[in-house]
Design a binder for this molecule. Sequence first.
Ligand code: XUL
Length: 533
Amino acid sequence: MTRYHLGLDCSTQSLTAVIVDAARGAIVHRASVNFDADLPRHGTRQGVLREDDSTVVHAPPLMWVEALELLLARMKSDGAPFAEVGAVSGSGQQHGSVYLNGSAASTLAALDPARSLAKQLGGIFSRATAPVWMDSSTSRECEEIARALGGQDVVVESTGSAACERFTGPQIRKFRKTSPAEYEATTRIALVSSFMASVLAGRIAPIDSGDGAGMNLMDIRALQWNDAALDATAPDLARRLPPIVPPTTIVGPISRWFAERFGFRDDARVVAWTGDNPSSAVGLSLIEPGMAAVSLGTSDTYFGTMSACRTDPRGEGHVFPMPAGGYMSLLCFKNGSLARERIRDAHGLDWNGFSAALASIPPGNNGAIMLPYFEPEIVPKVFHAGVRRFGLSEGDAAANCRAVVEAQMISMRIHSAWMGVRPTSIRATGGASVNREILQVMADVLRCPVHRCAVTDGAALGAALRAAHADLAADGSAPSWRNLVAPFVHPASDHRVDPRAETGNVYDDMAARYATIERESATDPASDSISAR
Ligand code: XUL
């Protein structure tokens, strides 16, 4: 009897597991391994290894392997129902790359259940560490790739994103340039997602199109390797990459190592893993076009869904195919909670005080505008930190509280406009989503209802639901995505905030003014309204 589905998320700091009972719409088991705390011998801090030059950020793939073994062992002793798991899938931090040598395929296929996984897999790497998404050491390679392909516009249009430092293609190019012998010894390059799927399935797993889109190597429309991008990146790259497959592909049965060690069924299916962002979209039940989710964390992230593929002409947003069909876009705003906290602290407020101050000023802030670049910004690209204030005095607590939140929401509205879909609803998650006043500004500026959702482990949950979908489909009873995901997204009790009709025009005008100010300040970074606070 296979009632359950297992989802894993190999993120930056931890490996998390969720087991779902899709028929009952319930999570039946949850567990997590923290890399720093549970596997200290790898010497990571917050899951990564940094060189003195802090642009280089790597992680040891063997640590993820050990984490998998430890996590499943803990779950087994806690009584996780592995024998009833029909399929397992997962998600990985996007962009990170794992370099495998010629022994990898045969070693993975012949794992001995009597011996530990990490002891057997130590020899399969042609590079001991994997560059991860936090690595930003490849600016030169990005320029070289963009030049070879005819400019960043061409890279965006063909691969779905501008050539970005953390993306896999520029990372591979740098590896080939700095370590040619190790590159020669590399027979396969995997993503974090496809590497973990390979370990589970005991064979080199394909890369799914959702995570493949984070490489600057895949044709975003054909969902196949883009030959010109491969040529612009490194020699003989095609033979080092596995095929690209749809995110619901079954890679094969679980490896005998896992079946014997933990009691999985021999025919438990391994479903292709994907990136953590496409997987979180499923966990947040973003399965239809026109939906959006905003995560209010240290950085704020905006996910939007589209039925057809569009790319961002400014190259700020990334486009990834969605597991449930269609495409999603990801926009990352660095000055999220970071900026809100800076204003809160500068005025000696707590969050209640911040909310009260924000609410005490009318929408539109009497014309005051802030560009909240406490740190260099990703969207829009701002290289030098500096807060810019227009018609806003630095000492006015209430106006600054409103200004920072209005700026963030207007920026989301302006920089998601290229998607051509006005969201019909937004799911808000992350720490600051408990703040109703912030959600009110979001609803007013983005002109749609905002639902606060208490989703934890969204990427692992999304992976479990993808495993369930692929497994049931393979048995001939594919559920509708909507029915599958709906029971798992629980809106918080005070969950819905509606836009107020009277604010509509205020924000149309303000968004237009904000866009002009933002554009002008990009060409005039030395304006004297800049402040460090
Ligand atoms: C997305 C990105 C991160 C990683 C880590 O482009 O770099 O969200 O996926 O979670």
